[in-house]
Design a protein around this ligand. Structure first.
Ligand SMILES: *Cc1c(COP(=O)(O)O)cnc(C)c1O
Length: 355
């Protein structure tokens, strides 16, 4: 696909909806900016992309994604500083992962530079929707759906790729209570766990609901075979600190390769911590808690950046972790990442795209 054929057709909204937004009360993922990007795929090729006013889609009830779930998505954010400059954090990583998800789900790829250009153009058109307030940002949701009007199981021959954006408030999470799940499974070897594919999240709702009824906000998934190794949380990777060692389950075909986790690890390495990316057993974490050696534990993902874990439930027992205020590493890395994403510190790792 040649990039010069990718000339975007832009139709701007007549009247912006921006004045109807309650900026002091921005629920996550429920307020949508004025425009969206659409690009259809048919006859083996991507068609002319366009940016249009955000509006409903019209689909036949037979649209294949509605039945068999051939769909993938990404999640990333744009940030704005006081000078009105806009920052994206490692968008190429999302482009690359989107294509990995596409391949796993038999969907067509989009060249990484085109994907990033689309995001820049769409975000730029709605840049007044990016809140400047401390901690606020614009959530960006690229996704692709299978659109053949066909009730039969095979890869679709037509697709719709879209991007829309949501201004979002500060995503401060109270320290979370998590349950180590040893009955249900998120992903199995050979499955789709490493793809950001819709069905993975649908399948996680029921076990997550059971855990919530028991008082835990999140699950920590374990491996499908033995429920012995820690994998990740619902939409976050997990990181532990035992002594001076930063320990995190290694990416695999059952663990989503998160940009936040990857960045935390690179920062920790730069700061001189010992990093262990490997299989992590539930047992070693529980033992470390019992011996007062576990100093830090948190989820890492785009939505919250860092979500400190306060309580870990395993086999019916609640284990309490150290006070969040006592945790050097996660507090420091959260502060640094916040500065970094807003362009307030040197772009040491070359992670920022600014416009
Ligand atoms: C998106 C996601 C993450 C976090 O990835 P980031 O790139 O850091 O946002 C982790 N686990 C799952 C299952 C996810 O869907």
């Amino acid at each position: 696909m040649a990039t010069d054929n990718m000339q975007l057709e832009i139709t701007k909204i007549d009247q912006s909806r921006i004045n109807s937004v309650d900026w002091d009360n921005l629920p996550f993922g429920k307020v949508f900016s004025d425009h969206m990007l659409i690009m259809d795929y048919k006859d083996g090729a991507w068609q002319k992309p366009s940016i249009e006013p955000f509006e409903n889609l019209s689909l036949t009830p037979a649209t294949s994604v509605l039945h068999y779930g051939q769909t993938i998505f990404e999640g990333m954010k744009a940030y704005k500083n006081k000078e009105g400059e806009v920052f994206l954090f490692r968008p190429k990583q999302n482009a690359k992962r989107f294509n990995q998800s596409a391949t796993r789900m038999c969907m067509p790829e989009i060249p990484e530079d085109v994907f990033v250009d689309f995001i820049k153009t769409l975000v730029d058109i709605d840049r007044m929707w990016i809140p400047e307030k401390e901690g606020y940002s614009m959530y960006i949701r690229p996704f692709m759906i299978a659109t053949d009007p066909y009730v039969g199981i095979r890869p679709s021959s037509t697709y719709k790729f879209m991007i829309f954006t949501c201004p979002v408030g500060s995503y401060y999470t109270e320290p979370v209570r998590v349950k180590i799940e040893t009955e249900y499974t998120r992903a199995a070897h050979g499955g789709t766990g490493a793809a950001k594919a819709g069905g993975n999240y649908a399948a996680s709702l029921y076990p997550a609901k059971l855990a919530q009824e028991q008082g835990y906000q999140q699950l920590i998934w374990t491996d499908a075979q033995e429920h012995k190794y820690i994998e990740e949380a619902g939409t976050m990777n997990v990181v532990f600190q035992i002594g001076n060692r930063i320990i995190t389950p290694k990416s695999s075909d059952t663990i989503l390769d998160g940009v936040t986790r990857k960045s935390v690890i690179e920062i920790a390495r730069d700061w001189g911590y010992e990093i262990e990316e490997r299989k992590v057993t539930v047992e070693e974490i529980i033992t470390a808690i019992k011996n007062n050696e576990l100093v830090d534990a948190f989820g890492a993902g785009t939505a919250a950046t860092i979500a400190p874990i306060q309580t870990i439930n395993f086999e019916g027992v609640d284990y309490e972790l150290p006070e969040v205020s006592s945790r050097d590493f996660s507090n420091k890395v959260l502060e640094y990442l916040n500065l970094y994403k807003h362009g307030k510190t040197e772009d040491k790792f070359n992670w920022i795209v600014k416009f």
